[in-house]
Design a protein. Structure first.
Length: 223
């Protein structure tokens, strides 16, 4: 069978070249036409400390190297967590820093009200659906957008602190809301922030940020 294919290919070289060129052209077209999702790097801001101690057991390395070094690293500014793993001859200590790159999804109250109306119209009682903007941002980006909407030159301050037990990334999956309610967000984060800035111009908003920090720290919820 293979011999016959080779023989036919040799006798019909022009046809083989045409087929090869067509396949190559189709491959280029498929590469350019195929949609590609841009997946963000959700990894944490971290540093890995590798220690090497040949001829030692995991217990010795844990007691003599990993544990004492982990305690010292926990005292560094901005450290959220320290994780260690001790093996034969070596250990790895992962130091995770707080960097303002936690991802959150902020949704406009107008979209929430519209989703509630859709739930009533669709008679979707008893079904739990997620509502969001489908446009998550990092906390740092949100602070920058808020400063821009408020027309203030303030820069976000990465203080290195965090709420104990908080998750790093949190944003909703809207697939069920689209399927059951026909929901799609209409108000972007920037539009919502501009609406908030316009409202703040007419209102007096007391700043309780420092009080919040003191209360969280007093309850042991601020790391």
């Amino acid at each position: 069978m293979i011999a016959r294919i080779i023989e036919m290919s040799v006798r019909n070289r022009f046809v083989v070249l045409v087929v090869a060129a067509a396949l190559a052209a189709f491959g280029v077209y498929a590469m350019l036409d195929t949609p590609v999702d841009a997946v963000p790097d959700l990894g944490e801001n971290q540093v890995i400390v590798f220690t090497d101690w040949p001829g030692r057991s995991p217990r010795e390395i844990e007691d003599q190297v990993s544990y004492p070094l982990s305690r010292k690293l926990q005292g560094l500014a901005g450290v959220k967590a320290v994780r260690s793993s001790s093996e034969f001859n070596f250990s790895m200590i992962t130091v995770i820093f707080e960097d303002g790159n936690q991802i959150r999804d902020f949704v406009s109250v107008y979209d929430i009200a519209r989703a509630c109306r859709l739930a009533i119209e669709k008679e979707a009682s008893g079904i739990a659906v997620n509502i969001g903007s489908a446009d998550p941002h990092t906390i740092k980006e949100i602070a920058e957008l808020a400063a821009d909407a408020l027309n203030t030159p303030l820069e976000p301050e990465i203080c290195g602190k965090f709420r104990v037990g908080d998750v790093r990334h949190c944003y909703p999956d809207l697939s069920l809301a689209r399927e059951v309610l026909g929901y799609a967000p209409r108000v972007t984060l920037r539009q919502g922030l501009l609406d908030l800035a316009a409202w703040l111009e007419r209102e007096t908003a007391p700043d309780h940020f420092r009080e919040m920090q003191v209360e969280l720290a007093g309850r042991g919820l601020l790391g």
